[in-house]
Design a protein around this ligand. Structure first.
Ligand code: SF4
Length: 166
């Protein structure tokens, strides 16, 4: 598995100041994707325990409120194992910081039985659809994408979306 880049202080992917990691590889090929350089599974750099430790170290700072995991596609079968490992370790170390994740897969159709959801606070799901693009949306690109409270959704066994996010 490979990743594309790490942002040490990101204020545009989730609330507050966060560390972001962009995983490498995606097969969705959404029209007008914002990140085409992340599609090739052979691009980017190797994702290994050293990278996980680097991310955890960057998240230590009190000003960092959480970790954002984007892509590429962090939930693609090639990538989900590494994403799960990172998310698990992050939550063990920082139970009070949040994980936000973006995916082209759907929570209820594709992901609800996956271990990784145990560690994620918010999942923005669904492919980007150019025709539904809405620049007023704060954390998604198109109106079909849902901002999901993962822990509440698992508990209540239904999709609980977060609306009116500031
Ligand atoms: S799922 Fe994300 S990275 Fe993949 S093609 Fe769509 S917008 Fe681009």
């Amino acid at each position: 598995m490979r990743y594309n880049k790490i942002r040490k202080m990101d204020i545009s992917n989730g609330p507050g100041v966060r560390v972001s990691i962009f995983m490498q590889g995606c097969t969705f090929n959404c029209k007008a994707c914002f990140n085409p350089e992340t599609h090739d599974f052979n691009g980017g750099k190797e994702f290994n325990d050293e990278v996980i430790n680097e991310v955890l170290e960057l998240c230590k700072d009190d000003s960092i409120v959480g970790l954002s995991i984007l892509g590429g596609e962090p939930m693609h079968p090639n990538n989900i194992e590494g994403t799960t490992k990172l998310a698990k370790k992050f939550k063990e170390e920082y139970p009070n910081k949040t994980i936000w994740t973006w995916t082209g897969f759907l929570f209820d159709r594709d992901l609800k039985d996956k271990e990784v959801l145990k560690y994620i606070d918010v999942l923005v799901d669904g492919q980007f659809v150019e025709e539904l693009k809405d620049p007023r949306l704060k954390y998604s690109g198109s109106s079909n994408q849902r901002v999901i409270d993962v822990q509440k959704s698992l508990k209540e066994n239904k999709i609980v979306e977060i609306k009116n996010i500031n």
